[in-house]
Design a protein around this ligand. Sequence first.
Ligand code: HEM
Length: 405
Amino acid sequence: MTAFVPLSDAFAADPYPSYAALREQEGLHYYKDFDVWLVSRFAEVQAIAMDKRLVRSLDGLVPPDEIAAQKRAGNWHDMPHHARFVQFSMLDSDGPVHDRLRAQVFKLFTPVMVDGLRSSIEATIDRLMDELADRREVDFIEDLAARVPGHIIGRLLGVPDQDCPKLRRWSEDIVQYFDIDRSDARKALAEAATTEFYDYLCRLKAEKRRQPQPDLISALIAAEQAGHLTEDEFISTCMLILMAGHGSTIDVLGSGLHALLRFPDQMARLRAEPGLIRTAVPEMFRFESPLPFFHRYATAETMIAGHTFPRGTKFGLLYGAANRDPAQFDQPDRFEVGRHPNRHLAFGGGAHFCLGNHLARLDMEVIFSSLLRRFPRIELVEPPIYKRGLSVRGPKSLRIAVAGL
Ligand code: HEM
């Protein structure tokens, strides 16, 4: 097989030929740079995600000094706040700890609860669309997509509107450090953002303790007071919710619009049948999964695709590759707004299945419905450049020419 180089510009431009080659090679590939076995076929990726014997955290699997050595090797050490609140979270815990943390916020993410945010999401989008109405050309990422999720997640958490722009900077500075560039400069930014966010959450918590509101922070305060989570877990849960949902929503908004522009027949179909937004949005997640790679460790000897792997093996679940597997999806490289059924893995599966999936879908439905209604003409000004890396997928910018009603 041709070399698998996920940090290259060619992979950023189009990772799907590389994913197809991986799937054809028994769907398994050892990627030395990350010391990980990449799994690319839908059936195996789904099976691993659903299997509780495959976990997110190395705790208990290898001795603590080995974990510390691995952190040093990844320049993931000497970051006191980052270590306390970002490196530990619900997402990186397993078993009873994970179940306890997830239970504290689960009920706030149900479809009914999320639908309660609809009118506030619509108002935010309407205001942003009004600002675009007189423009001929916009960068869809900077002028619209990047301005949405910070506000929505801020509302959910209970952050006052005027503070929401800060959430965006904190989230970007923290999340960028998960990716390719692990320089000391980026490390300092990630630690500083974690510290500022921590201080901010402590102040907000003190206010909400005096005056509880119907929001996530107040619910978590009550859970902490009832002894269901510790002070550090309170902070790490708030941070995770912001980080998990911020960049991913921006990325899929960009790639979703780019898909509509690359498949004009599908854009025309969605304009003609607006009700198809319910299937178009899941298709955007399948077609360009914004978080294409997550890891698991084997807690016992594990058999994958006929091969046996020892306890402690690290697997990379390529959700982005699984979602283009022809064994699961008819014509997987075709973007079909009416695709149904569409059981994609963009939100993972099993114990860590994305908590924010209803919210992410609602944001997308509101934005795309409004965009298509308000702008009868939307054209690409230049082909977008996609971000480099294995863990994220989305355009850096998306310049479009628009004409309103
Ligand atoms: C917009 C696109 C989004 C995508 C593609 C996405 C994808 C994912 C995936 C794949 C996982 C599972 C990780 C794994 O398998 O190890 C996950 C977990 C999670 N997501 Fe999302 N997510 C999105 C948006 C959101 C939003 C908006 C929120 C919250 C506001 C959110 C909150 C979470 C949380 C808290 C977890 C951890 C759940 C756990 O460990 O039990 N996500 N997400």
